[in-house]
Design a protein around this ligand. Sequence first.
Ligand code: SAM
Length: 231
Amino acid sequence: MHDPSPALRDHLFDPSGGLIYQLRALRYRRTLWAGFHAAVADWLNGWQPGCPSLVIIGPNAGHALPAGFLARFEQIVALEPDPLARHLLARRADAGGLRFERLDCLATSDGLARLAARFPDAAFLFSNVLGQVAAPGGSWSSLLVRHLRERPWASYHDVVSTTRAAVHQVPLQSAAALDLEALLAHFWGRGEITVTDHETLHLGGRGPCGYAVWPITPAHWHLVEWVVNQA
Ligand SMILES: C[S@@+](CC[C@H](N)C(=O)[O-])C[C@H]1O[C@@H](n2cnc3c(N)ncnc32)[C@H](O)[C@@H]1O
């Protein structure tokens, strides 16, 4: 029978992944990105969704996933359109339970419903992807509430980006979502700052939030939020 779900198409030259991302990862993973990756490792270590299966949306090559993370789950499905990233992810030492599928759950307004139906027993990790892809109708926050409210999921995602370097880089943990003004003051201090809004602040979820800055290059800084939905 024909499955009408949109399928991920390979992309090697997309700005959100692709070759440029691999080259940046190669260059910065152990230096400029290391502090941010340590924050991601802390978030993931504290996340216990209580499922043997995990679906990761946008893992790329797993540059931000701490060693051993994939082995915490019996089955892992990765939804990743970058073929080079898929190749590298599959070569990780902890990738024994990993397989790839082609569902594009971010392309249509019912994509998250299709995701939930396709993987009825899994937890979901949105791996720095929701701030990169425009929500197809409404906002990611409303789509997540509508389709994944009763499922365990977590997301870390770009909230804003800017060319101004942060002055304070220690990650923040908060029992509740913080407002943008407070977050900018915390990481960038006072003064004028121009930001690009990725429209993902307070993505919903039920649980504590984390915030960290990610210098993707020395001239481009992202504020990243971590949220968890406990089902
Ligand atoms: C900013 S990168 C983040 C990569 C990695 N998770 C990390 O934290 O370093 C965004 C990733 O999302 C992937 N992506 C883009 N559109 C996607 C979609 N519709 N479904 C799944 N992944 C997607 C990109 O190929 C890329 O690997």
